[in-house]
Ligand binder design. Structure first.
Ligand code: NAD
Length: 332
């Protein structure tokens, strides 16, 4: 007998819960991202078609997963969100058209275009310019306190340089393992018959969530900043790209391949150009993030359940199939 829609969606949701647990909690995915995205999209479509099927605990409404035991918990004062996805040009055009309508304008929107780094989202809290706390995104509201671990990463300043920074400045970005570091790590692990990492994202996540920071210190991790969260006692520029440039002046790393363009067509050009160079970049990227550059417009557009309305991740076509090498356990 054919499954009812309710049975179908229940089954797909529990599959996503299982994938999320393996990916976020165990750092050991069992399916390629493209497969996860396919199931996620199927659930979202069913919910869009029949809104009465929506539930607040559906994976389509939630970010990441709850923090791991073993780490102190950190409550994010400004929620850390995920991103909506565009899988093709048509999805991106619908996004651009929707924003123009919401903003009530028909001229081109200015977008900040940034490579979508495949690592782990983190928050760094600077108080009076001094690094006070580092935390993972967790489920967006509560993350893990990984301060001792982030302090071992050379590209994260323990103290901001220059002046003029807000009293409280929460910087957000991605911690990742560059490909060269990942390969060197696995070469060495093979020599020593130790566990290998399955991919650089997995390597970054496993390295960051170590209870012993001296282990993290030996891992070749990098940080790249792409936004701010809590800001108190000071002002930041009015455009996203200018905020990033300002963070850079205070000593934080930002992505040199980012650009500002106007309109959907220019966004697609940027997407193709970077896509062609994807394999030559020093780190894994899985798409491009497009963000409305005006902060005032971002504020007008606001958020939906798990993602901002003013940004979208345009994924590259799936490149990898999951490399499950027999006999090799994933590193956690
Ligand atoms: P996401 O990775 O699709 O997008 C949001 C994240 O992008 C942010 O949290 C941030 O970490 C990152 N990011 C990178 N560069 C950025 C930039 N320049 N600006 C802003 N953010 C940037 O969302 P997610 O919620 O972290 O993860 C969902 C994705 O993870 C899925 O689409 C899937 O591909 C993958 N996933 C896979 C499995 C699996 O089993 N294979 C399970 C769960 C999730």
């Amino acid at each position: 007998m054919a499954m009812t829609v309710v049975e179908q969606i229940t089954q797909l949701r529990s599959l996503l819960e299982q994938y999320n647990y393996q990916y976020y909690v165990l750092d050991a995915p069992t399916v390629p991202d493209a497969e996860y995205d396919r199931v996620f999209h199927a659930v979202k479509e069913l919910e869009d078609r029949q809104p009465e099927l929506r539930r607040s605990d559906s994976p389509t409404q939630r970010v990441g997963a709850a923090p791991l035991d073993g780490f102190e918990q950190v409550r994010h004062e400004v929620r850390m969100l995920s991103l909506d996805n565009a899988f093709n040009e048509q999805d991106f055009d619908s996004f651009d058209t929707r924003l123009k309508k919401l903003l009530g304008r028909d001229d081109d929107i200015e977008y900040a275009c940034e490579p979508k780094l495949d690592g782990v989202a983190v928050s760094l809290l600077y108080r009076n310019g001094v690094l006070e706390r580092g935390a993972t995104r967790g489920d967006g509201q509560v993350g893990e306190n990984i301060t001792s671990n982030v302090r071992t990463i050379p590209s994260i300043p323990l103290k901001l340089i220059g002046s003029g920074y807000p009293d409280v400045l929460e910087v957000r970005g991605e911690i990742y393992m560059p490909r060269s570091g990942f390969e060197a790590f696995n070469d060495k692990a093979r020599e020593l018959y130790e566990k290998e990492f399955v991919n650089p994202r997995n390597a970054a996540a496993g390295s960051l969530r170590q209870l012993d920071p001296t282990v993290t210190a030996k891992r070749p991790l990098q940080m790249c900043c792409y936004s701010v969260g809590l800001v108190e006692g000071g002002d930041l520029p009015a455009r996203h790209s200018e905020i990033l440039a300002q963070l850079n002046q205070w000593g934080l790393r930002i992505n040199v391949d980012s650009a500002v363009v106007s309109g959907a067509k220019a966004c697609m050009n940027y997407y193709s150009r970077l896509g062609e160079r994807r394999d030559q970049l020093p780190m894994d990227i899985d798409g491009i993030v497009f963000k409305v550059n005006s902060i005032a417009d971002q504020q007008r557009l606001g958020f939906v359940s798990r993602a901002p309305r003013w940004a979208i991740a345009h994924k590259f076509p799936a490149q990898e199939e999951l490399t499950t090498v027999e006999g090799i356990e994933f590193q956690v």
